[in-house]
Design a protein around this ligand. Structure first.
Ligand code: DGJ
Length: 728
């Protein structure tokens, strides 16, 4: 069993194949963290780790533990509370009716469940009864009557541990949650680098790595959505941790709104990491009998470096989070109209695109923004989800019939959470746009945010979408979201509940996505948010792919894709070949092949030579589909570390195939180049399908593949090498 309990020591031991997570109920009923790291065969001796460091007379002694040297302030804790002696960042802070926020949780009971319970209204990982085991620990705060249920799930065959918390007010008076994190990890050292993803529009998910320092540090969003600025992912990498070796702890939050990943290094050099809903702008009123569920956090421990950590996240998210049937079903090769036409299209142009695309081997046409209301530009019509029949003459059904008759599937764009002041919906319901009473409405891309906390708003948008989708043969939807939330407030909640707005907004979005994907399970849903501004695991639950960035320049895409891959599988990374002139079409395709792959250009503007290249790329998409979607990713040379070139490879799970790609970003000074491959079977022979040369896996990994330039042009800026290896 992956979870065991020792009643004598009161230690819980959670085992994945390669790691152990251990916690203990101490004599005061506190839940203390003992260990997270490489797998341990037994829990013998672990109890000695229940209390860290040297007692400091400034740290309050707990009245519940019969040990003058014990203080919550220096204990490693599983779900630390504010106000009862622990001065570090708390996971939970509850303000009771008496007005103080002292919170003190003690063990009450626990139980083991088969499988993995769902989280009410929230996306979460899933597993059948025989695929996972869940430990639920009940803790109680006597004064407020608040009960906390901590959930830990261990999955058979995966390195991930899922955590979350449910809080129930079983007292007689109301309470206010001022923070309710999903997970806390108290590590016994500060000897870590913090690896995380920062960015902005068109430069999302850029990886950065820096050492921890004493004090607080962290990343967050207060934008109402995840945002491109920080991603809800962080790794703590040991000092010797590289791509291939050393210890790394990965933290990822399955959430799409205001999040925080907080780190505090205390005076003893111990590290506390927490993640969950950002407590800034959060205050949840919990009336007697009510409960609150925190989103799920996923922890991964790796002793095979950041690469091992990433591959563990990829496998877990692909199998245990993406619930769409398209997670594992072959997705059609698509072309999107946005960069080809922007708002300037009609039915004829789209049918022409479909015809040209079909000749090139493309299988699905996506009609992006501009098909509804009087949407001729981005100033108007969001909220009016009726087909513009002046643009699409004969209506949507006729257009789709014509596209389908060419043998091409059809997809459509929506931005369901938004409303333009210049729209029929706004004129009918101006109060549906988010705004605080008495304040002006800030616009962003000329639009406001719809109040998704309201059921009537969601019902309206659902019905409008349902009417179009149910009457037309739509097989793909791009769900966009192009602004963040200001003047946050809702008319649907009383003043004491306004602090719930941001989380209720996210729950509303999840509800709408759930209704759409449940009503139309056959639809391939792709998320998008001004590019990759909502690239998070919460969205992956509903949509197996997310547009990674509006930046389709293949060289700039490299940092975006390398960064996103720290946590997210290639099968989720929306990547298209566009008309970007920076490199030829081969390199654009080699980079897009890392992701979902598709096109975003006017097929009529391709040269004859480029058309032949696209046909070959369409064939390559199918040939390498399993390898790039389900294979193991190895990042070899990182663009953030080498200014000249980067390379990466995919290896099939049975190690019988590999696809290696190198891109020259800037012509390097060094011309003799050997690429040391990874992830192969050292004892097998591999044939380079291009040259026919045969190498042993050991030679390719240890001696390396000679990629020296025979001609100077082969090292020109923006050139690439793609090599397919097959085991004999
Ligand atoms: C932002 C997206 O990132 C683009 O791909 C495109 O869909 C536009 N919105 C349309 O307005």
């Amino acid at each position: 069993m992956p979870i065991s309990y020792n009643p004598e020591t009161r230690i819980f031991k959670l085992d994945t194949e390669n790691s152990t997570y251990a916690l203990q109920i101490n004599q005061g009923g506190y839940l203390v963290h003992l260990y997270y790291g490489k797998k341990l065969p037994t829990d013998q001796g672990l109890e000695r780790l229940s209390f860290r460091g040297v007692y400091d007379s400034l740290s309050p002694q707990s009245p519940y533990v019969d040990d003058p040297y014990f203080s919550l302030d220096i204990a490693p804790l599983e779900y630390p509370c504010g106000g009862a002696g622990d001065m570090r960042i708390a996971a939970l802070s509850v303000r009771g009716e008496e007005g103080n926020a002292v919170t003190d949780l003690h063990y009450e009971s626990h139980r083991l469940l088969k499988g993995k319970p769902g989280l009410l209204g929230l996306p979460a990982s899933f597993a059948q009864e025989d695929e996972a085991e869940t430990l639920e620990i009940q803790l109680v705060d006597k004064v407020t009557g608040l009960h906390a249920y901590l959930l830990y799930t261990v999955f058979v065959g995966y390195e991930a541990i899922a955590r979350s918390a449910r809080l129930e007010n079983k007292g007689e008076s109301p309470a206010w949650l001022e923070r309710a994190y999903s997970a806390c990890l108290d590590l016994p050292s500060m000897d870590f680098d913090c690896v995380h993803l920062h960015g902005r529009w068109a430069k999302e998910n850029t990886a950065t790595r820096h050492p921890l320092h004493h004090g607080q540090q962290g990343i967050q969003s207060k934008r109402g959505m995840t945002g491109p600025n920080h991603n809800p992912f962080m790794a703590l990498a040991g000092p010797a941790c590289t791509e291939d070796a050393g210890e790394a702890y990965g933290l990822s939050l399955i959430y799409s709104g205001n999040f925080a990943i907080d780190i505090e290094v205390d005076e003893r050099g111990c590290t506390r990491a927490l993640t969950g809903i950002n407590p800034a702008e959060f205050r949840w009123h919990l009336a007697p009998g009510e409960s609150f569920t925190a989103p799920e956090a996923v922890l991964v421990y790796s002793d095979t470096g950041l690469g091992g950590m990433s591959r563990a996240f990829h496998k877990f998210y692909l199998d245990r989070l993406m619930r769409s049937q398209w997670a594992k079903k072959k997705r059609p090769l698509l072309i999107n109209s946005w960069e080809a036409a922007y708002f300037d299209f009609d039915d004829e142009k789209l049918v022409d695109f479909a015809r040209a695309a079909k000749d090139l081997g493309i299988e699905l046409l996506v009609m992006d923004d501009g098909w509804f209301g009087d949407r001729h530009d981005d100033f108007r019509a969001l909220g009016d989800w009726q087909v513009n029949e002046q643009k699409l003459k004969g209506g949507l059904k006729s257009l789709i019939d014509r596209v389908n008759a060419l043998g091409v599937k059809f997809g459509i764009w929506y931005e369901p959470e938004m409303i333009n002041p210049d729209s029929g919906l706004y004129r009918a319901h101006p109060d549906w746009a988010v705004c605080a009473p008495g304040r002006g409405k800030s616009l962003s891309r000329h639009q406001c945010v719809l109040d998704m906390t309201r059921e009537d708003v969601r019902d309206n948008i659902f019905q409008q979408m349902y009417d179009v989708i149910s009457q037309n043969n739509i097989e793909y939807i791009k769900w966009d979201c192009n602004r963040h939330i200001s003047e946050a407030a809702t008319l649907s909640l009383p003043p004491q509940r306004q602090g719930e707005f941001f989380h209720r907004y996210v729950l509303g979005v999840y509800d709408l996505m759930d209704r759409i994907t449940t009503a139309f399970p056959h639809i391939l849903l792709e998320n998008c948010s001004s590019g990759g501004a909502r690239f998070d695991p919460g969205m992956l639950y509903y949509s197996p792919q997310i547009w990674a960035s509006d930046n389709t320049d293949p060289i700039e895409r490299l940092t975006i894709q390398f960064g996103a891959s720290l946590c997210y599988p290639a099968a989720s990374l929306g990547a298209h070949v566009s008309a970007c002139p920076r490199t030829d079409i081969h390199t654009r395709a080699a980079v897009a092949l890392w992701g979902t792959f598709g096109y975003e250009l006017d097929p009529y503007k391709l040269t004859e030579e480029e058309k032949e290249a696209v046909k070959a790329q369409a064939a390559a998409y199918h040939k390498y589909y399993d390898l790039t979607h389900y294979g193991d990713l190895y990042r070899l040379t990182l663009p953030t570390e080498n200014p000249f070139l980067c390379d990466w490879m995919f290896v099939s799970p049975d190690k019988s195939q590999a696809l290696y790609t190198r891109v020259i970003m800037r012509r390097p000074g060094v011309v003799y180049q050997v690429a040391k491959l990874r992830g192969l079977d050292p004892d097998r022979l591999y044939r380079d399908e291009d040259s026919g040369e045969v190498y042993s896996g050991a030679i390719l990994m240890h001696a390396g593949l000679d990629l020296s330039a025979k001609r100077w042009e082969d090292l020109a800026d923006g050139t690439c090498v793609v090599k397919h290896f097959t085991a004999l």
